[in-house]
Each structure stands twice: as structure tokens, then as C-alpha cells.
Design a binder for this molecule. Structure first.
Ligand SMILES: Cc1ncc(C[n+]2csc(CCOP(=O)(O)OP(=O)(O)O)c2C)c(N)n1
Ligand code: SF4
Ligand SMILES: [Mg+2]
Length: 343
């Protein structure tokens, strides 16, 4: 069939929700899943697709949000959903966006903006699938959003250590012992910063936490509206992997922000914007001590004062030195003067 002239690569214009009372009531991720009680990643799925609306295709890499959500004969997904291999959320996003574009161009389907969202866990996205995500973020002609739900472990296979597991945490790969208290002593990767800094064709990168639901949904809406390849990193408290009472999920999300461990920001066309309590901290509000967050979780129960002090010092360093951790220095002038005098 000849190519139609009516094809357009437009995105849906999704206006931000102006407050919780304006959020639409329709759900596209409903009952029928079997995630743990208090699972924030399930909430992220629900909010993500609530924000994007019915004309959306969701692709999900292997992990809790695949396995627990699509037990045989049941699924909470109301929109079309497809499983993809653990490391291939980026490829699935790009391939689906390209497929839709080709079909519309050839006139084989109606030309209309359809949201393509691929989600991945921290294991699938930040470790195994990083290359494919990076490649997708270089293709500005295809509209897609990759959302990384970060529960800080390979949770589905029983809480193994990932490149996003925090310093010192107890996982099945890093159990504290009598001889060695801390097995895992690497600092967590900085996914949003790394992707924002290294992908000039990607116009929108953001961090979110479902404890701030409206803000989270509005960032999803912005990513889908701005078009091209976009990326969102969500920090998701996980009662099973982090070892806490499920009723604390929301509070832990808030504490991650209030302690400054996980800053909420977006980078749109190279401009950084801060949100909520992160913005307040940038403007001078004191951060809560990291111990308030860490000591509510069993995975840090083996920490002694020395470990808490180290963790606090690393977070302090981030706030005193970096605007976006390890990417944009807060003190640009001081940093460049130092660099000059070192030569
Ligand atoms: C190539 C490959 N290796 C290993 C597995 C086994 N596996 C299935 S889910 C999973 C954990 C994925 O972790 P993450 O992406 O963080 O998602 P989560 O389970 O935490 O939601 C693993 C290792 C697999 N499915 N495919
Ligand atoms: S292990 Fe964690 S991420 Fe997986 S379903 Fe349970 S709470 Fe959710
Ligand atoms: Mg995970």
C-alpha cells in the first residue's frame, strides 16, 4: 500500500493534573495482580497508566511487575500489555514505537498518537538493559517513555544485589556475617543523572516517587507529551526486599526525599527543575538525618554508628558538592577555579 500523506508523528497532549481532585477516576491497572501488600511498584504501575490514559501500549521486562502481574489467566492490565525479556525494555520501546510509525505511515492503521511505555526493574534496566535503554534514547524520531521502577534489588528472584542496591544493604547476595559486617560496599549508580548527561537527543529525564502521586503522574504526562525518547526513574519502597512493615511504604518514600537520599527533579531540554521537598531543601530547608530512613528497614539492621556516619557523609557530599549527583556540580565556579589551579 502506498504511504499516506496524513501520517504525523505527534504525541498526545496530556495536560498536568492540577491537584488530586482533578485526577481522572478511570483505572487501567486494576485488580488481578498478586504483588505483596504495600508494594509501591504496583502503585507506580497504576499511576503510570492512569496518567497516560487508554490509548497506551505498555511493555514490561521480566521482574516482579511482570511475574506478579500476569499470573496465568489473570491480569490487572486494561490497556494492551506485552512482556519482554529482562534486558530489553529499551529495545521493546524502540521496536514498538518504530512498528507503530511504520504501520501508520503505510496506512495500515489509523494515524493517531499512541503512548508507548516500557518499564523495567533496576536489575533489568540499570544493570542488564542499560545498553538498550541508552540506544533508545538516541532515537529522537520515535516517541517512547522508559520507566525504571527501582526497588533496589532483583526482587522477583529473592532479593539479589543489583547496581542500584544501597551501600551496606543486606540482600541474599550480601548477608552480613560475624567476620564481615558489610558485604556490599559500592555506592549506588546514578541512573537519571547518567542518562540526562549522556543523551543529547533525549529531551526529558525525571525522578519520581509514588509517595508524591500527582507529581509523579504529571511527570509521566510531561514525558509523553514532549515526545521523542524519554526516561523516568522511580524509587519504590519494597516491603519484602527492604524488610519493613507494609504500612510504612508511603512514609519511607517520603523519608527518602526528606533525607536527601533521592532528590526529585526533572531535566527538560537541559534545564533542571526541582520538585516538592527536594526544592525546599535546595532552598535551605534542613535535611532529615539518613538514620531516620535507614533504621526503619531490616536490610540495614546490622548497621553500627560508623556505617550510619559513612552513609550520612556520602549524602552530605552529594548535597554540598553536586547539583545532580556526579553530573552537575552545585558550585560551578569554585569547581572550575579548582580545575584551573590544578593545571
Ligand atoms: C536473562 C535472564 N536472566 C535471569 C532471569 C531471571 N530473573 C527473572 S526476574 C529477575 C529479577 C529482575 O530484577 P529487577 O529487574 O530489578 O525486577 P524486580 O524483580 O526487582 O521487580 C531475574 C534475575 C531472566 N528472566 N532472564
Ligand atoms: S518483592 Fe517488592 S517489588 Fe516485588 S511484589 Fe513484593 S513488594 Fe513488590
Ligand atoms: Mg528490582
Amino acid at each position: 500500500m502506498a504511504e499516506t500523506t496524513t501520517f504525523s508523528n505527534a504525541t498526545q497532549i496530556l495536560e498536568p493534573f492540577r491537584g488530586v481532585k482533578r485526577v481522572t477516576i478511570e483505572e487501567y491497572f486494576t485488580s488481578g495482580h498478586r504483588t505483596c501488600q504495600g508494594c509501591e511498584s504496583a502503585l507506580v504501575m497504576k499511576l503510570m497508566v492512569k496518567a497516560s490514559g487508554p490509548r497506551t501500549i505498555v511493555l514490561g521486562s521480566t521482574g516482579c511487575m511482570y511475574v506478579a502481574n500476569t499470573t496465568y489467566y489473570t491480569t490487572p492490565w486494561v490497556v494492551p500489555w506485552m512482556h519482554t525479556q529482562l534486558g530489553s525494555s529499551g529495545s521493546a520501546a524502540l521496536g514498538t514505537a518504530a512498528g507503530l510509525k511504520a504501520l501508520m505511515k503505510k496506512g495500515k492503521m489509523k494515524s493517531e498518537p499512541i503512548n508507548v511505555i516500557a518499564f523495567c526493574g533496576d536489575g533489568g534496566g540499570a544493570d542488564m538493559g542499560l545498553g538498550a535503554i541508552s540506544a533508545t534514547l538516541t532515537h529522537k524520531e520515535y516517541n517512547s517513555l522508559i520507566l525504571l521502577y527501582d526497588n533496589e534489588s532483583y526482587a522477583n528472584t529473592d532479593i539479589q544485589l543489583s547496581g542500584m542496591t544501597p551501600y551496606g544493604a543486606n540482600t541474599t547476595f550480601s548477608p552480613p556475617g560475624k567476620v564481615k559486617r558489610l558485604i556490599h560496599t559500592r555506592w549506588k549508580k546514578n541512573m537519571a543523572g547518567m542518562l540526562a548527561a549522556g543523551h543529547p537527543e533525549c529531551r526529558y529525564v525525571a525522578t519520581v516517587c509514588a509517595s508524591y502521586a500527582v507529581e509523579m503522574m504529571n511527570k509521566v504526562r510531561r514525558a509523553l507529551t514532549i515526545g521523542g525518547p524519554t526516561f523516568i526513574h522511580s524509587l519504590d519502597p519494597c516491603p519484602k526486599g527492604w524488610d519493613y512493615d507494609p504500612m510504612l511504604s508511603h512514609e519511607l518514600g517520603e523519608l527518602a526525599i526528606e533525607t536527601g537520599i533521592f532528590p526529585l527533579y526533572e531535566v527538560e531540554d537541559g534545564q533542571v527543575k526541582y520538585y516538592g521537598k527536594t526544592k525546599a531543601i535546595v532552598e535551605g530547608r534542613p535535611r532529615k538525618p539518613v538514620r531516620e530512613y535507614l533504621l526503619k528497614q531490616g536490610r540495614f539492621a546490622h548497621f553500627i554508628e560508623e556505617d550510619l556516619a559513612y552513609f550520612q557523609a556520602k549524602v552530605d557530599e552529594m548535597w554540598n558538592k553536586w547539583e545532580i549527583p556526579a553530573v552537575v556540580p552545585f558550585r560551578r565556579l569554585d569547581a572550575s577555579k579548582e580545575a584551573l589551579s590544578a593545571k
